[in-house]
Design a protein. Structure first.
Lengths: 109, 881
């Protein structure tokens, strides 16, 4: 397998929002889920997840709450706020357009 | 919602930092632990698993820092760091920091204190309604602020006929009647006012009412309005005071009102009585002078009203000799009240600005020098990736640290100085104005200091910041400390020259004023103020109705006092200098028509004196004789004139035996001149003006007099026995205001002394700052060139050569400053010309001594650091970067 694909800047935010749209999740789980959902293609750098989470929290798109993790330990759970949901829709639409455009160019005709 | 959440998070991270940090720690630790677990599952050992996990995280601390950055307080943390860094820097070069802080604190503190005084006196508006229409009515001829306003007759005419005025009111002294029945008998300050006086000044009543128009008619029940202070302090705030009778000079006076504490009246008084306008006053037979205030009708120009009052005066004064002859003048009351001190205060304010400017230039110069020495340090920071704005911010932080420390210290200094100045403030500071204004630190002054300190922070922080934020990296790093581009040297040289010049201007101004003050103190007064005790006495009209009664008592009194042990001479007069009593004047037009000669003053001061007064005062009798026993009320009227009067009216020929026509209220017959005495100097300006003296025995309308006692004994010993002898004649009289003549003289100089002390303080600060500035700059230049000094000395230069090199360089600049300062001082000294006494604004002595002083200061300031540089062993100097 090649090196984990470097995430295009800004896409990490989109992925996080997307993942926690399903249910509140803590940082470790978010990383795991992204990896799993992308079929192990996308791998978030272990450390870079947290600054992104804190930034989103400061922006008011996600909110944090301490809770119990699946292995009964205290963990910080992130969930989507209403503003975050709106942002997700917008970002997702934006991504659709962008990836479609890129596909048009990159795909051999 | 979102904004709220953000705000909540930011505040939380700011104020509950510990908690937020521990949460961050826990969150990341959880992640690491999961990683470790995973690694262990993959078959690593515990240790391996941990290392691998941390490696994967890419450094735990860096991640934390990235998370912290998202909180948006980066700038604050940067600022904290900048401030800490600044403090460390200043600790490393304490002399620099102390000099800067001391300069600024001195500048801010001293200027704030002086500005507070100026603000209280000049800038704060007087609390009178519609001040632009409120006028002081006076007669030209004497200095406006002392001028006799008008006689009762004129006031009455004006009130009846003036069409340009909305209102006109008058006030006159009422002596100091004795209050009995409330504690010990005391003199209370009393004034008479016309009915609309209080409303014109917007002075409200707390209790009762003001005066009614009919109360100024003679023969009505005596009524009084009392001041709030008198009510509180003397009458214990009696709630039923309205209607109460007060025993004043053996007369019952009914209280009708109490002034509100907010009432600010420009003359002091405890008891206010109605100003009675009786028929004799209206006919001009009774001389009763009063201060007149007028309120113009809206839209009426000052000049129009002035012309109208002049016309009315001319029309009605025709035929009544002895009325004030000067032209009628209106002055805004506000201007009138500050006129005396206005110019002095403005000069003071100018001096304040100059001092602050010098402080700022000083600090700018020091920071500029400091900035240059640190160019290499900045270059290193820039090379390490610090952005331009980051560098500017750091320099600004340094200035802010300095400015806030200095601002705080300055404020403390100002508070102390204001306290001190209040303590030193003479009771008569700025004359009447002291009653309406108090000096304290007020918010606008605070704003002034704050902006001054912030402005200087920007001024001296930003200029160097911009200059050095673009360091030429390669050159700076190679250069090892930036041994000055010449343009920077030039800026600092200009600063130095400007600083010296400004301080010169200030010192020349202060020097001129102080010198004229000292001259003033040593002016011959025309009398002998040493060993002279004076006190005032009023003989109530109730018990001494006629002037012969008063004269008889006076003679008895003087005879009795003469027997007191240690008393050499005793006499009495109404116009003893600085007693503020008995200022009588009359016009001189009649003299012109009679003798065809003119006096240089339209009004002549007239005083009453007892036989032996001139001898007791030490006033020389030039010609003729003093008053004597023979000059009784039945004898032909006599008058004694002063020398300048004689010289001006009788330029050729003998004044003795000539007769002078007298105003109606003084005498119907002309008085014969029997003597000529020396002129005496009165008031602060000490001009000698023509005066007349009349004997008590022949005229004595007003009940007051001042007794003068010449004795080698001090007042403490003398007063009790004087009092005892007085009370053996009449135990109901009260000795008022006993003071030695020297004390009266000093007292009269109080306000001027105070202002000069302030000015002297400013000048001293300016000189210290300028000297410090020169020293700092030269010391810096020398320090920069220590290396060069080392080379020179290694090559065989003697230390005297090196010293001469630096001193020469500094002296060139310093002399430039001195020259510039002299030119500026000559230009500016014209502003204070009217404040000077007996010296010209370009007084060579002052200018020369200030120039010499500054040259000396510059020389010392250059010599000290230069000398120190030569003491550094060449080996050390050569190694120095």
């Amino acid at each position: 397998m090649s090196k984990p694909t470097d995430l295009v800047q800004g896409t990490l935010d989109l992925l996080i929002l997307r993942v926690i749209a399903l249910e509140p999740m803590h940082g470790w789980a978010i990383g795991q889920r992204i990896k799993q959902m992308s079929g192990d293609v996308l791998q978030v750098g272990q450390g870079s997840l947290y600054p992104a989470l804190h930034k989103l929290e400061q922006q008011g798109w996600i909110a944090a709450e301490w809770g119990e993790s699946e292995n009964n330990r205290r963990a910080k759970f992130y969930s989507l706020t209403r503003a975050g949901r709106k942002a997700l829709e917008k970002e997702a639409a934006q991504w659709e357009r962008l990836s479609a455009a890129i596909s048009l160019i990159v795909k051999p005709t | 919602m979102r904004a709220l959440q953000t705000l909540r998070l930011r505040l939380r991270s700011l104020f509950r930092r510990q908690r937020v940090e521990s949460e961050l720690d826990e969150e990341l630790r959880y992640h690491v632990e999961r990683l470790i677990e995973e690694n262990v599952v993959r078959g690593m050992s515990a240790d391996e698993a941990r290392h691998a996990a941390l490696r994967e995280m890419g450094g735990l601390e860096q991640r934390k820092e990235e998370c912290r950055d998202t909180r948006g307080w980066g700038w604050l943390e940067d600022l904290t760091w900048d401030v800490r860094f600044a403090v460390r820097t200043f600790r490393k070069s304490p002399v620099f920091a102390i000099t800067v802080i001391a300069s600024l604190a001195l500048g801010i503190g001293v200027t704030t204190a002086v500005f507070s005084a100026v603000n209280a006196m000049l800038l704060r508006r007087l609390p009178y309604p519609d001040p632009d229409r409120l006028m002081w009515v006076a007669h030209e001829g004497r200095r406006l602020n002392n001028s006799t306003a008008a006689y009762g007759m004129q006031f009455d005419d004006w009130r009846r006929h003036a069409r340009t005025l909305e209102d006109i009111a008058a006030t006159a002294g009422a002596g100091a009647p004795i209050l009995r029945g409330v504690g010990d008998p005391v003199h209370v300050g009393a004034r008479r006012v016309s009915p609309t006086f209080f409303s014109m000044l917007g002075a409200p009543m707390l209790l009762g009412r003001g005066f009614l128009p009919e109360e100024e008619q003679p023969g009505r029940e005596p009524v009084a309005v009392i001041s709030h202070q008198f009510w509180q302090q003397r009458l214990g705030g009696d709630p039923h005071v309205v209607g109460r009778l007060l025993r004043l000079d053996d007369r019952d006076v009914r209280v009708v009102g109490v002034l509100a504490p907010s009432a600010r009246i420009f003359v002091r008084g405890a008891v206010w009585l109605p100003l009675i306008i009786d028929p004799a006053t209206v006919r001009g037979e009774r001389q009763d002078w009063m201060d007149v205030l007028a309120r113009l009708k809206p839209g009426v120009a000052r000049e129009t009203a002035e012309a109208e009052l002049q016309t009315i005066k001319n029309r009605h004064a025709a035929g009544s000799a002895g009325i004030l002859d000067g032209r009628v003048r209106l002055t805004r009351l506000e201007d009138f009240l500050v006129s005396d001190s206005r110019r002095l205060l403005l000069v003071l304010q100018g001096a304040v600005s100059l001092t602050l400017l010098i402080a700022c230039v000083n600090v700018a110069n020091l920071l500029l020098a400091h900035g240059t020495t640190r160019q290499r340090e900045r270059a290193v920071l820039a090379a390490l990736g610090a952005g331009r704005s980051r560098l500017v911010r750091q320099m600004l932080a340094e200035s802010l640290v300095l400015a806030s420390v200095a601002g705080g210290l300055g404020l403390l200094l100002a508070l102390g100085l204001v306290r001190l100045s209040m303590a030193l403030r003479p009771p008569s500071l700025f004359g009447t104005l002291a009653n309406v204004a108090t000096v304290d630190l007020d918010p606008s002054v605070l704003a002034f200091t704050t902006s001054a300190s912030l402005l200087s922070a920007l001024l001296f922080g930003f200029a160097p910041a911009l200059r050095f934020s673009r360091p030429d990296l390669a050159r700076s790093l190679k250069d090892g400390g930036g041994r000055g581009a010449s343009s920077r040297h030039r800026t600092r040289s200009v600063f130095l020259v400007v600083q010296v010049a400004l301080a010169m201007v200030l010192l020349v101004g202060a020097g001129l004023l102080v010198r004229s003050f000292v001259t003033l103190l040593h002016v011959e007064t025309g009398y002998q103020p040493n060993s002279l005790l004076t006190f005032q006495l009023a003989l109530p009209k109730a018990r001494y109705p006629e002037h012969v009664d008063r004269a008889r008592f006076q003679q008895q009194l003087l005879d009795t006092l003469r027997t007191v042990a240690g008393v050499e001479r005793v006499a009495a007069a109404t116009n003893v200098p600085f007693t503020g009593a008995g200022d009588l004047f009359f016009g001189t037009q009649t003299l012109k028509s009679r003798y065809g000669t003119d006096l240089n003053s339209p009004n002549v001061r007239v005083g009453l004196s007892s036989p032996g007064y001139f001898q007791a005062m030490g006033i020389a009798l030039r010609q003729g004789r003093d008053f004597g026993e023979q000059d009784t009320s039945g004898a032909p009227p006599v008058v004694i004139v002063t020398e300048s009067f004689a010289r001006q009216v009788f330029p050729r020929g003998d004044p003795l035996g000539k007769t002078l026509p007298m105003p109606k209220f003084i005498s119907k017959e002309p008085a014969t001149i029997v003597g000529v005495v020396d002129d005496i100097a009165r008031e602060a300006h000490r001009e000698r003006k023509p005066e007349l003296y009349l004997p008590f025995q022949q005229q004595w309308n007003e009940p007051g007099m001042t007794v003068v006692v010449r004795s080698a004994q001090g007042p403490a010993v003398l007063l009790p026995s004087l009092r005892r002898h007085l009370h053996s004649l009449d135990d109901r009289l009260v000795v008022e205001n006993p003071m030695t003549m020297n004390a009266r003289l000093a007292h009269s100089m109080g306000p001027r002394r105070f202002v000069l002390a302030m000015l002297g303080l400013l000048a001293a600060v300016a000189v210290v700052l300028a000297a410090g500035g020169v020293y700092g700059t030269i010391a810096y230049v020398v320090a920069q060139r220590t290396h060069e000094v080392g080379i020179r000395q290694a090559l065989g230069a003697r230390s005297s050569d090196v010293v001469r090199l630096f001193v020469g360089q500094g002296l060139r600049l310093g002399l430039g400053g001195v020259a510039l300062g002299l030119i500026a001082a000559i230009a500016l000294s014209r502003v204070i010309a009217t404040l000077l006494f007996a010296i010209t604004p370009t007084d060579p002595l002052t200018f020369a001594s200030v120039a010499v002083l500054f040259t000396g200061l510059v020389w010392v300031s250059c010599w000290l650091p230069a000398r120190r540089a030569t003491r550094v062993p060449p080996v050390v100097a050569l190694r120095q970067e």
